[in-house]
Design a protein around this ligand. Sequence first.
Ligand code: MG
Ligand code: MG
Length: 256
Amino acid sequence: MVKPKTEEEIELLRENAIIVSKTLAEVGKWVAPGVTTAKLNEVAETFIRDHGAIPSFLGFEGFPAATCMSVNDVVVHGFPSDYVLKEGDIVSADIGTLYKGYNGDSAYTFPVGEVDAATRKLLDVTKASLYKGIEAAVAGARTGDIGYAVQSYAESFGFSVVRELEGHGLGKEMHEAPGVPNFGRRGHGARLVEGLVICIEPMINSGGRGVYVARNGWAVHTSDHRKSAHYELTVVVRRGKAEQLSTFDYIESTGK
Ligand code: MG
Ligand code: MG
């Protein structure tokens, strides 16, 4: 059931989105060679709780940590660990909050120190593909229009789109209808209605699109072990142009 939100609900989702956006920026300040992903998780969890919110991923379907920290060939759902980040790595931080009964959910892939040109390109194209998806998320369009926009852009650079995971509606539940795939056909899929709040989250691989789930049942890896990037923002579907609730402005003002 695809259900738009009231303006009151949208304001609560906006409060969550701002906490998540600021948490990502806080994590970004710590990303550097020599830092563990467990430390990044601790920074995020502390920041979320200090703002009166709950890290919604902790315990979600049994997930063991407050955040997902996915390094290099891990697409999403990586466990924070004692892995020490090194120069040239990339780490995707996916952060969720529960605050005043509503959810926040956004993600950003950070370069660790200097990354090679091919990796920089993967990050730039994945982030840009997210904005292409947001441009397509207007009232009257369909989820397939978003997927088409993301896919056609990412593939034009020779990258590939993970098909097994997708964006989603957001509200009192972290994952609500509709599913928002990062591939698709224009004019197909669920209708986007004004006031619908969705997370768009392209997962783009530098190599092939194949993925597998690790034995821990969570971490999704690329089959060819090449790098994968993931960016996620929350938007409200509006007439003419979607309204962004979460933002990377707090991160990018620090130069990451
Ligand atoms: Mg997320
Ligand atoms: Mg999400």
